[in-house]
Write a protein that binds this ligand. Structure first.
Ligand SMILES: [Zn+2]
Length: 642
């Protein structure tokens, strides 16, 4: 499977093309009209009347083209809801009632597009190819857990609301970068991540496989890379689970697992910097000759100054041999070559590098970096692949066919798109999920628009999509990585798939709340959504009440915890007391002094809801002040205790 890099072509016969503008229709649903809470929001949703009830007699019908996805759907339904269905191969039109029919070829919409029709008689998913069918199945899985039409609760197991969905992705690159170098991520965790991404129709997993902290992929030609370069010296006492590497056999299986779920794994082999792990194994590839040892990121001086020597031919022989094995393992059209944060101190002091600059008529070390990248690109292109790199690859002249991953803001992406080169937007301002929720909350990620206003229509076509990045030097355990990724990754999933016009934050919040159940089922302990915020405009230096409506967040009796988290501003927040109000009357109160700022003290409040009655108004009221000035901002969270 090769990743489709260019804008997908439609066809004149495509019914999707008839949609002049996006229609998102929530017609009245069955008996009171619940919507369907899908993430990402489809292009068009029309609710019908009633349900299709999956029962023991329901059959998944497939043809030869849809057989593989049908078998996958069969497994999904068994895993999701213990629904065991038979799979039957049928000719295209012979499927009868009580079937879930998967058909290829009826549609001509964008790659990944599909039509899903649910009526009380049966379900039909049509798409032009495997990708679209797969996404139709993901939508069906989400529909199986929709709220009941009347009142709360869930629909009965196997009941799917009648609905007609027309859908296709906005962008071809809906990515996540997982840093496996600074902290090793197990194959098991990567597979879980792939499953979660697939459920939300994301399609690119970029694995950062090499860096100063570790070389994580077996290369047969250079066994030292994983013998020495995948583990820290013992003196660092690092947990075994944070180190290690992937064998080629494991990678082959992982790539296949991802491809079955419409996910392309884009490998990153960093050059010319971030390569201490390689230099520790093969010091002759450096300017100084070493020796070197790797060390944990947070125990070292930051970005390492030792990088590949650009003057030695051996460097290029090594990288080409490594890349040849990478091409064998990863069918991805794009190979990520890093290119970021390469300090030039060693090149300035190196006779070989200076000789290269003279011989090639280069202006300086920045131009030498450009020479380095272009030379690698030429090799990669000669094997039918393309390079993508962090936006530093623009410096000193961009390689001719390279795509740019714009991380230092969107400026690099704008420059590359204007130059006619493809870009993926992943700015630190919105897409870096190793950053705290205080810096980038789910709303900020959600409201990110990958196509900057500066780009005109033709230039905008070069924006392939967007990507969330997770660097693993701070949060290192899978549970913590999960809570850093979720629910923010749902923002990226929707921004990458849904039409530009879908930007209703409140509606998205409501859907994210429903998806808490999906995430639970997938074993994700997501960060809760805040129930509210405070901002300098609301602040004074004497205690005053702030109130947030939590009627939607309190669904049952029991203990609740209210947590205050400062995010930014010069002044901390002091909290005097916090109360729960039911229909405007205080029903519970916790009185103690708490503070949240650079440090937190006693910033949790406990409240008990004795009896929950649907339809009443529930509010949290806190008496707070900013201390030393009013420049204080933060978020308020509500958790169910226990
Ligand atoms: Zn050198």
């Amino acid at each position: 499977m090769v990743f489709i890099a260019t804008e997908r072509k439609g066809s004149e016969s495509c019914p999707m093309n008839a949609l002049l503008f996006v229609t998102i229709c929530f017609l009245a649903g069955p008996a009171g009209g619940a919507g369907v809470d899908l993430i990402p929001q489809p292009v068009s949703v029309e609710l019908g009347k009633g349900f299709f009830q999956i029962d023991g007699g329901t059959v998944i019908t497939v043809d030869s083209a849809s057989h593989e996805v049908g078998a996958l759907l069969q497994r999904y339904l068994a895993d999701d809801g213990e629904i065991e269905l038979a799979l039957r191969v049928d000719s295209a039109d012979s499927h009868g009632d009580n079937t879930i029919a998967l058909r290829v070829g009826a549609q001509r919409e964008k790659v990944g597009g599909y039509q899903l029709d649910v009526t009380p008689a049966g379900i039909e998913i049509c798409a032009a190819g495997r990708e679209g069918l797969f996404y139709g199945c993901q939508t069906l899985r989400q529909l199986l857990l929709q709220p009941k039409a009347e009142g709360g609760g869930r629909s009965p197991i196997g009941a799917v609301p009648s609905v007609a969905i027309r859908d296709f992705p906005r962008f071809s690159w809906r990515g996540l970068m997982l840093d496996c170098s600074r902290t090793f991520q197990s194959i098991d965790y990567i597979k879980k991540t792939i499953d979660r991404m697939a459920f939300y129709k994301m399609n690119v997993l970029h694995l950062h496989l090499t860096d100063d902290q570790g070389w994580r992929i077996e290369i047969s030609r250079y066994p030292e890379l994983t013998r020495k370069g995948a583990r820290f010296p013992e003196e660092w006492n690092e947990p075994a689970s944070h180190q290690g590497y992937y064998s080629q056999k494991e990678i082959t299986a992982l790539v296949r697992y991802a491809a079955e779920r419409n996910i392309t794994i884009v490998p990153e082999i960093e050059l010319p910097g971030h390569c201490l792990a390689a230099l520790a194994c093969y010091p002759d590839l450096s300017c100084t000759g070493g020796p070197f040892e790797i060390f944990p990121f947070f125990k070292g001086p930051g970005i390492n100054e030792d990088i590949y020597c650009a003057g030695r031919e051996e460097t290029f022989h090594f990288l080409e041999a490594v890349l040849l094995e990478i091409f064998e393992l990863f069918p991805s059209l794009y190979i990520h070559i890093g290119g970021d944060e390469a300090p030039k101190a060693r090149w300035i002091a190196c006779d070989r590098c200076q000789e290269r600059i003279d011989r090639e008529g280069l202006e300086d070390e920045r131009a030498l970096q450009s020479y380095f990248i272009k030379r690698i690109e030429k090799f990669v292109n000669s094997k039918g692949r393309l390079i993508i790199g962090w936006d530093e690859i623009l410096e000193g002249g961009l390689a001719p066919n390279a795509a740019v991953m714009s991380w230092r803001g969107v400026g690099g992406g704008i420059a590359a798109a204007r130059a006619g080169q493809d870009v993926v937007m992943s700015p630190t301002s919105h897409c870096y999920f190793d950053y705290t929720y205080g810096r980038i909350d789910t709303r900020r990620a959600y409201l990110f628009e990958p196509i900057p206003e500066e780009l005109d229509g033709d230039e905008a076509k070069h924006v392939l999509g967007l990507q969330a990045n997770f660097w693993s030097h701070i949060d290192r355990e899978p549970e913590k990585v999960d809570s850093q990724l979720f629910p923010r990754l749902l923002s990226i999933a929707e921004r990458g798939w849904s039409p530009r016009e879908v930007r209703d934050w409140d509606a998205f919040c409501r859907r994210v709340k429903v998806h808490g159940e999906h995430l639970d089922r997938m074993g994700v302990r997501a960060k809760p959504m805040p129930i509210g915020t405070w901002t300098p405009r609301q602040m004074s230096e004497i205690y005053a009440p702030l109130t947030w409506d939590v009627s939607a967040a309190i669904g049952a009796a029991g203990g609740y915890c209210v947590l205050f988290e400062y995010t930014h501003g010069a002044h901390r927040l002091g909290i005097e007391k916090v109360a729960l109000l039911i229909d405007g009357e205080i029903a519970a109160i916790d009185i103690h002094r708490g503070v949240t700022g650079a440090r937190h003290e006693n910033n949790r409040y406990s409240l008990v809801v004795d009896r929950h009655t649907a339809g009443r108004s529930y509010e949290i009221r806190a008496w707070v002040r900013a201390e030393g000035g009013v420049d204080s901002s933060g978020q308020v969270f509500l958790f169910k205790d226990g």
